[in-house]
Design a protein around this ligand. Structure first.
Ligand code: PMP
Ligand code: GLU
Length: 423
């Protein structure tokens, strides 16, 4: 229910949405820092590196050259073609042309538009379309899918299986109402990845179900962390599996690989005849929503894709080294354990062993939120409580290690001191 003030209210649909906890804790940590408080932030999933210089220069050049007018809604043809080429060359997704690519204002926007193009709210008396979601998962999938009218069906996982669903689990969850399966490898918040063989096995289940019980089933594969991998597992695009390719929407964006979070650039791709139809629908919705992204960013996207591999590699190596530091530090703490991160820049340790304790300043710790609040207020370490990631997330906290090794070490010292005062 939305709150009413003097007879005025926001819509029930929006009033029922939970604010993003990652954005909320990230904003809180930034505000505390700006107020001069010595807070160490491990909250927001945002690389700490600057955007590589050639990317900035390409945008500056386009701006100075007057590329400041409206552009085609799905992106200019050259940039859409460059993305299709990248996904063909690097991700081995077959059958993609520029017509199968939509550029949006961030991966989150691509996901939002995608869900609204593929889901309908249930008609009276009819069951809702189901969105299969392995959990814990990024906090925005479920609210966006629900807003678009879907019913989220959680597929629980845990640290003992590196937070991954099994083919049997997926098979058992699929029904004639299954419309979307959302996969995210490397994973936010878990920091783990599916191997190519594991993704092929899931693809076989989806292909079989699509031919029998669930003809309308589509996979959304969010691969925004594909370039941040360091654990020996190769990144694999499920959309490259030939028998499934025409049922997979691959989502990606510039935010993570190129350290461009504030630029707001994402994209979606789906091959085949239906892919072309879906991307047209993206154009219709975005045409009534954003018109296009900022026009002088298109050359910057092409520069990033064509010229910045060395910069991406430099950042990947830094994340690999940070992952090792945080993994060693965390697992040396009595009562904390998490799987070794292999991709993205997150760990998601179970901290439930500390539930039922009281903090140094007398706060009762009975949930991940209590833990995160007490740690922020008393030790000046910001992380994200796990409840909103779903499933076993209520026993976990997310630590983003997109920060220096020095900060990781000082943050872990503070965490240890905080835990040492729990009674
Ligand atoms: N997918 C995942 C898994 C994410 O963690 C994020 C967070 N930024 C996004 C998509 C969206 O990123 P952006 O909107 O910055 O492209
Ligand atoms: N995806 C990042 C995170 O999880 C950025 C914030 C958001 O979009 O959720 O922290």
């Amino acid at each position: 229910m939305s709150a009413t003030t003097n007879g005025l209210s926001v819509s029930a649909r929006v009033g029922s949405i939970k604010p993003s906890v990652t954005v909320a804790f990230g904003g809180r940590a930034k505000a505390m820092k700006e107020a001069g408080i010595d807070v160490l932030s491990f909250s927001l999933g945002e690389p700490d590196f600057d955007t590589p210089q050639p990317i900035k220069q390409a945008a500056i050049d386009a701006l100075l050259a007057g590329q400041t007018k409206y552009m085609p809604t799905l992106g200019d043809a050259r940039t859409r073609a460059a993305i299709a080429e990248k996904l063909t060359r690097d991700n081995h997704i077959p059958g993609l042309t520029a017509d199968h690519i939509a550029i949006s204002a961030g991966g989150k926007h691509s996901l939002f538009v995608c869900c609204h193009c593929l889901l309908d709210p249930p008609k009276p008396g009819e069951p809702a379309q189901e969105v299969l979601l392995p959990v814990p998962s990024w906090v925005s999938y479920a609210p966006i899918a629900r807003l678009a009218g879907g019913r989220v069906v959680e597929l629980p996982t845990g640290p003992e299986v590196d937070f991954k669903i099994s083919p049997e689990q997926l098979r058992a969850a699929i029904t004639p109402r299954s419309r979307l399966l959302i996969l995210n490898s490397p994973s936010n918040p878990c920091g783990t990845m599916y191997s190519p063989a594991e993704l092929r096995a899931l693809a076989a289940v989806v292909a079989e179900a699509a031919a029998t019980v669930a003809p309308g089933l589509i996979v959304i594969s969010d691969e925004i962390y594909e370039r941040i991998v360091y654990g020996g597992i190769e990144h694999f695009s499920i959309g490259s599996v030939p028998e499934l390719a025409d049922r997979v929407v691959t989502l990606n964006g510039m935010s993570k690989a190129y350290s461009m979070t504030g630029w707001r650039i994402g994209y979606a791709a789906m091959p085949g005849d239906f892919g072309r139809t879906l991307i047209k629908a993206f154009g219709t919705l975005q045409g009534q929503m954003t018109t296009c992204i900022t026009s002088f960013l298109y050359p910057a996207i092409r520069t990033a894709l064509a010229e910045c591999d060395a910069e991406v590699e430099r950042m990947r190596r830094a994340f690999a080294s940070r992952a090792e530091v945080i993994f060693q530090r965390l697992n040396a703490i009595d009562g904390i354990h998490c799987p070794r991160p292999t991709g993205a820049f997150y760990v998601f340790p179970d901290i439930s062993k500390f539930f039922g304790t009281t903090s140094g300043n007398g706060r009762a710790i009975n949930s991940a939120l209590d833990f995160a609040e007490a740690l922020l207020e008393e030790a000046r370490v910001a992380l994200v409580p796990g409840e909103d990631f779903g499933g076993c997330g209520e026993r976990c906290v997310r630590i983003s290690f997109a920060c220096s090794e020095e900060q990781i070490n000082v943050g872990m010292d503070r965490l240890e001191a905080f835990l040492g005062k729990l009674r």
